[in-house]
Design a protein around this ligand. Structure first.
Ligand SMILES: Nc1ncnc2c1ncn2[C@@H]1O[C@H](COP(=O)(O)OP(=O)(O)OP(=O)(O)O)[C@@H](O)[C@H]1O
Ligand SMILES: [Mg+2]
Length: 334
């Protein structure tokens, strides 16, 4: 099962430019989380800080007792092997075939025999639906295929933590839907801890167990999907609702006068609906993360606004009815 990632009081600047400060959150083991935020708020910088490629000047990132900020480089290097990374641009080598691109981490970080490498690579190629394309160069395939090749490469070292930086950028809505399903199926199969950076509202609403949002150099929120989807925090509801009215403007922040003018004309916020989360494809095991997340939500439910509370109780009651009919209770195995 995946590993918990604990972020405590993280602050990152480049020279005198502060990117974000005092970011604290826990990525729960085996759950899928999404980080939202306007362009330029430091989401990619955050991912790179988690794996120790960038060094925040304050705070800690704890994984299995190793601090990816302050521990000795040797420990950080070892811990980095637990991660699978899918970069914003795919980051494939243009002169290597898809097969060789996907095999790269295995040849670089392990001493496996070529026959074993071949078995692993072909298995991952099948998972992401690229069988038959393994001999092609990145320049000979579509953007969506390159994304999936990047994901396959992220998977070859059996990662326990998977980071995806805008896996959907440049994909059409249909391919994005397939990718969302792929991420959920992956989580059901390997129970890895996942963090996805995206601007895509459909992904945000239907894929993750938890959502966070960076805005104005702070983590304005991080929590279970049920709580975020029913939030009345203006930044959160504006972003999730994809509306122009709200604190986020084209240049990231609006001035007070614009906000005041909008307050007079604003459309009422959408009703609190907790859109259903994607389920694993038929034949796959149920996601163990779901039950763990619900337990967490129930433990905090008394602290939530009344409307959120009732939306959550309704949703759970409805699902409980459905679950007893369709899915047997998961075994108690490890
Ligand atoms: N190595 C670096 N040196 C100096 N500044 C950097 C470096 N990397 C990122 N930045 C700055 O940090 C800020 C945040 O960048 P980042 O790429 O993390 O944004 P983002 O939220 O991922 O944006 P997008 O959604 O457009 O991908 C930007 O102002 C960027 O210029
Ligand atoms: Mg980015």
């Amino acid at each position: 099962m995946g590993i918990e990632v604990v972020v405590e009081g993280l602050t990152k600047s480049f020279g005198r430019q502060n990117i974000w400060r005092d970011v604290s959150l826990t990525l729960p083991a085996g759950e899928v989380s999404v980080m939202l935020g306007p362009s330029g708020t430091g989401k990619t910088v955050f991912l790179k800080s988690l794996i120790g490629l960038l060094k925040p000047e304050k705070g800690r990132v704890l994984i299995n007792g190793v601090d990816m900020v302050n521990s000795p480089e040797r420990d950080i290097y070892e811990t980095r092997k637990l991660f699978g990374l899918m970069f914003q641009d795919g980051a494939l080598f243009g002169s290597l075939s898809l097969f060789d691109n996907i095999a790269f981490p295995l040849r670089e970080h392990t001493r496996k025999k070529e026959s074993e490498i071949r078995r692993i690579v072909m298995e991952r190629i099948e998972v992401v639906g690229l069988l038959g394309a393994e001999g092609k160069l990145p320049g000979e395939i579509s953007g969506g295929m390159r994304k999936r090749a990047g994901l396959a490469r992220a998977l070859v070292l059996d990662p326990q933590i998977i980071l995806c930086d805008e896996p959907d950028s440049g994909l059409d809505p249909v391919r994005t839907a397939y990718l969302s399903q792929l991420l959920i199926d992956l989580n059901a199969q390997i129970d890895a801890t996942m963090l996805i950076v995206t601007h895509n509202l459909d992904i945000a609403a239907t894929v993750p167990d938890n959502m966070g949002m960076l805005f104005r150099r702070e983590l304005v929120t991080f929590g279970p999907r049920e709580v975020l989807l029913t939030s009345d925090e203006p930044v959160v509801s504006q972003f999730l609702g994809g509306r122009r009215e709200g604190p986020i403007g084209m240049s990231e922040e609006k001035d007070a006068a614009t906000l005041a003018a909008e307050a007079n004309t604003a459309t009422p916020a959408a009703a609190r609906v907790i859109v259903p989360q994607l389920e694993p494809s038929p034949g796959l095991p149920p996601r163990r993360a779901v039950a763990r997340r619900r337990e967490r939500v129930m433990s905090m439910i008394d602290t939530l606004p009344p409307a959120a509370r009732s939306a959550i109780r309704e949703t759970y009651a409805r699902d409980a009815g459905a679950v007893t009919v369709t899915a047997p209770v998961a075994g108690s195995g490890a």
